[in-house]
Design a protein around this ligand. Sequence first.
Ligand SMILES: *Cc1c(COP(=O)(O)O)cnc(C)c1O
Length: 221
Amino acid sequence: MAVNIESYKSIIDELASKRVQLVAVSKTKPVDDIKALYDAGQRDFGENYVQEITEKQPALPADIHWHFIGHLQSNKVKYIAPFVYLIHGVDSLKLLQEINKQAAKNNRIIDCLLQIYIAQEESKFGLDENELQEIIANLSSLANVRVTGLMGMASFSDDLSKVRSEFHNLKTIFDKLKSQELPANCQPTLLSMGMSGDYQIAIEEGSTMVRIGSLLFGARK
Ligand SMILES: *Cc1c(COP(=O)(O)O)cnc(C)c1O
């Protein structure tokens, strides 16, 4: 088993002192690894693939908070709607409408983060500021979703000043959003940014929630 409990303990100590939440990213890792981190105290886990999260969820303790952090297709929302705790990567109004519909069917409200495009890379998903405002303007009609913050991914780059400025940019958008007039189901308190390679920079730039995989579970194949 490649779970690094020592690394976990030092990371949660570091995060606790800064009041930053940890999502342990367990994609591609077996349920035994997740259980080992659960037994060490972790309750929030992040997954990228619908099939994987729906297989793992019933095999693990019911008090786990399952975060969906991958790119979510509208036609798959129904599979995670019964149990998902927070969806991090909402990048279109169409997707949010589908989440709202499936949340209503399950008689619940689903918390979502809107993913903002911050990387100077073409392959990344996310909204620009105009699209963000369009979603906010439509939110009051979506009674079964709650927007609790923003999420973003920096470029995969050795240029740390570039990574920092991308996180800084996201924090600026987050602060601007918080200061505007918002519908009741928009309560932006979470800023999900930072992964194994860049979480310390993300925290320095204002992250409140980091998504860490390989530092906890070992490298993925
Ligand atoms: C895989 C993944 C992570 C974790 O990546 P690590 O580098 O292993 O920490 C975080 N966020 C998202 C969106 C991911 O897809």
